[in-house]
Design a protein around this ligand. Structure first.
Ligand SMILES: NC(=O)c1ccc[n+]([C@@H]2O[C@H](COP(=O)([O-])OP(=O)(O)OC[C@H]3O[C@@H](n4cnc5c(N)ncnc54)[C@H](OP(=O)(O)O)[C@@H]3O)[C@@H](O)[C@H]2O)c1
Length: 261
């Protein structure tokens, strides 16, 4: 199977580093023109200049802050007023860790804006032209914790589950336009975000980061953290013609970490 995304345009969130950056690189390597989003303009410029462009693709970036939904909406309206995309990869930064009872109304509302509102708003704008073209791929990067909630990640567990339910519902509405909607249930990938979470765990358990990583790896059937490129391969597949009959699914990419079937 040769995956070609030639002549396709993709928009990828949270893509100045980590999972989003790996996804942008794989989509570009498969032939797509990619627009990446994050806050740090210098990092975004560097990512764009490093993306493969063997098919004469045009890559670009948008500086956005997912934590400020008001300004994010304006940026998206601006972008979609003169652009369309074939592939939308919804990925934002994660909310702060903490337990259910530690979080207050404001925490839940800002996590909802960050993880859900940004996604539904961008998707609604993207779907308009996807419907006209009768082609679209919407891929939501969520987390394996929607199936098996992780301790101390109350905001993420809760709101990402809503994103998955929303994605499933949307897939039923847009399938007739040849638009697919799928969720990836991300396992533990070696990125800055994961290191930060592990550092918090190490501090609260009075142990070292190395110990926490060793324990996490031992719990994964494949005995190691994921490499961001391994998640990006799944995104490129879901974005391709070859995934034409896959929609409304939630696919774990987690080295076997989820215990449920
Ligand atoms: N890594 C894992 O194991 C794992 C597992 C499950 C779920 N996830 C989730 O997957 C998502 C990506 O994780 P990651 O590991 O790739 O994280 P990461 O390495 O920390 O990357 C986060 C990306 O989001 C951007 N970003 C951060 N805050 C932003 C904001 N307010 N507005 C716009 N962009 C922002 C960052 O760039 P700037 O700083 O330049 O803005 C960066 O490009 C997160 O939601 C994370 O919770 C990760």
């Amino acid at each position: 199977m040769i995956i070609s995304l030639k002549d396709k345009k993709a928009l990828v969130g949270g893509a100045s580093q980590g999972l989003g950056k790996a996804v942008a690189a794989q989509l570009a390597a498969s032939g797509a023109s990619v627009t990446v989003m994050a806050r740090n303009e210098e990092k975004l410029k560097k990512v764009v200049s490093g993306l493969p462009a063997n098919n004469g693709q045009q890559h670009s970036y948008i500086v956005v802050d997912f934590a400020d939904f008001g300004s994010f909406k304006i940026k998206m309206e601006d972008y979609f007023s003169n652009h369309s995309v074939d592939i939308l990869v919804n990925n934002t930064n994660g909310p702060k860790a903490g337990t259910v009872l530690e979080k207050n109304d404001a925490d839940y509302l800002s996590a909802f804006n960050l993880l859900f509102q940004t996604v539904q708003y961008t998707t609604a704008l993207a779907v308009k032209s996807m419907k006209e073209k009768c082609y679209g791929r919407i891929i939501n990067l969520t987390s394996r914790t929607v199936k098996e909630p992780a301790d101390n990640l109350a905001l993420s567990n809760t709101i990402r589950a809503a994103v998955v339910a929303w994605g499933k519902t949307l897939s039923r509405d847009v399938g007739r336009y040849n638009i697919t909607v799928n969720n990836i249930l991300t396992g533990n990938f070696d990125t800055e975000r994961l290191t930060q979470l592990f550092e918090l765990q190490a501090a609260s358990q009075n142990t070292s980061l190395e110990e926490i990583i060793k324990k996490a790896e031992a719990d994964i059937p494949l005995q190691r953290l994921g490499r961001p490129g391994e998640l990006a391969n799944m995104v490129a597949f879901l974005a391709s013609e070859q995934a034409s009959y896959i929609t409304g699914t939630s696919i774990p990419v987690d080295g076997g970490l989820l215990k449920s079937i």
